[in-house]
Design a protein around this ligand. Structure first.
Ligand code: ZN
Length: 277
């Protein structure tokens, strides 16, 4: 099993340029590139071709773009912006060899029924997957384990992507989000492992379900999430990406030297991964 680093993990004191170097130094096979800050910052002093040639000449490879935000239940104008961003990610992805775009559902919709959410998700994800297809890009839906998120459990997200039924549409299973709203292992057990495109590895402090925030994330193996059960279920259902990605948003880790974040992240992640894979 390979390890990927999500740029959120050492966000404050690092940069895409530095993250690439640290991936090489500490043996991360892939990187998830943040499109809202790290990539535009990098492109102030580099070109897309620079990035493409870095990946061609180094071990680390791009895994996915984070994040195409809030695609469902938007106004026509807002949705057009999502599509514009999708087009941009498809174009850059093709050039640097990154074939996956992570998208997250809208947060804090006011009084929208579950039926309306589902209907909008099915329509927009069908369109987005069809748009991305000729570029060779995949769309990966990441449910968010918080009550304010419009799609917040694995079961709901899986049901939506199954209904849309496109080869290039799958799920991002973030272990923190899986735990965050009490997603059920039974739902994961029934899923087709080939539809899980991305796994975000992390753990959390043991706050009540529904109250967890990204900042509560801690090193894999140090919290209350039953990672062994999630990973062994993924193995059982035929998860075939051969990579998981470390994604944390902890303020204390932001204050650490990024070298230490990468070193510790690798040790903690591999200790958990090696128990199962
Ligand atoms: Zn995530």
């Amino acid at each position: 099993m390979q390890l990927s680093m999500n740029e959120a993990t050492a966000l404050k004191k690092s940069s895409l340029e530095k993250d690439l170097e640290l991936c090489e130094k500490y043996g991360y096979d892939k990187i998830e590139i943040r499109t809202m800050d790290c990539l535009p910052e990098y492109l102030k002093t580099h070109t897309v071709d620079d990035l493409a040639s870095y990946f061609k000449t180094h071990h680390v490879k791009p895994y996915a773009f984070n994040t195409l935000c809030f695609f469902n239940n938007r106004t026509a104008e807002e949705y057009q912006k999502v599509l514009d961003e999708l087009r941009y990610m498809c174009e850059i992805g093709q050039r640097i060899g990154c074939d996956t775009i992570i998208t997250v559902p809208t947060v804090e919709l006011k009084k929208v029924t579950r039926a309306e959410i589902r209907k909008s998700c099915i329509k927009t994800l069908s369109e987005m997957a069809d748009f991305a297809k000729p570029y060779g890009m995949r769309i990966s839906l990441e449910f968010i384990g918080h009550p304010a998120a419009s799609v917040n459990t694995f079961g709901e997200a899986y049901d939506i992507i199954r209904e849309v039924n496109r080869d290039n549409l799958g799920i991002t299973l973030d272990c923190f989000h899986f735990h965050g709203m009490g997603s059920r292992l039974e739902d994961l057990e029934k899923a087709d492992g080939s539809k899980i495109f991305v796994v975000h590895l992390n753990d959390t402090e043991d706050f009540p379900i529904g109250s967890l925030l990204d900042e509560d994330r801690i090193w894999p193996g140090e919290g209350c999430i039953n990672l062994d059960d999630i990973l062994s279920t993924l193995k059982k259902i035929g998860f075939r990406e051969d990579v998981v990605s470390l994604e944390l948003f902890r303020p204390e880790y932001y204050e650490m030297d990024p070298e230490d974040v990468y070193r510790t992240g690798k040790e903690k992640s591999m200790a958990v991964i090696n128990r199962i894979f």
